[in-house]
Design a protein around this ligand. Sequence first.
Ligand code: PMT
Length: 219
Amino acid sequence: FAKLPLKHKKFLITAGPTYEAIDPVRFIGNHSSGKMGYEIAKTALQLGAEVVLISGPTSMALEHENLKIIQVNTAQEMLREAENYFDEVDVFIAAAAVADYRPASVASEKIKKADTHLTIELVKNPDILATLGKRKKDQIVIGFALETENGVENARKKLEAKNLDFIVLNSLKDKGAGFKKDTNKISIIYPGSIKEFDLKSKTEVAADIINELIPLLNA
Ligand code: PMT
């Protein structure tokens, strides 16, 4: 890296899961620890960027004079905060694992145990990345794709549908990749090409991703 290649650049990053309440004690969530998104934020800060990190519930911690962390629970809250900052940033990276659906209504009291079956109606959450991808002007917009099958094909569809500059594919089929672990194995997919990377620490993966976007920023 050149000394501070991201000085004067503003990053918006989402990280972690979202929690969608069912009742006062229960929620729908997922296994995201936030590590991947926080590592990207850390690397961007080390290279001189200003970072707004919108984080779902995690046990991660990060402090830096050029960092603003906004804690949220739900996809709707994450969208609202991301929309607040999007127009003023140079780069948006969506590393969060956002719940695609939320309960149609949140019970005001704890749901009692009664019958053998319980049905919870779900409604679709807004897609944060697609919403901001559509709104992009000069921003570099980067998404992740977490897949369990047909990874490249599904990632390419998301790349196009969400109007991204590139998409980072991680597959739960690859050992050491994805949720919670300290490692990840990614492919970076552009409209016309694909770069595959070895299994590495999430710190190194973050550096690979930032390294990949620097030329786009300066283009
Ligand atoms: O947090 P870790 O434990 O370190 O794990 C890292 C990770 C596996 C969560 C991360 O590397 C990752 O893949 N994040 C994206 C997970 C995901 O939700 O992928 P997806 O293929 O369902 O979504 C595609 C993209 O759209 C993602 O950039 C996602 O942030 C975004 N999205 C999805 C749905 C939605 N409603 N809003 C979104 O912005």
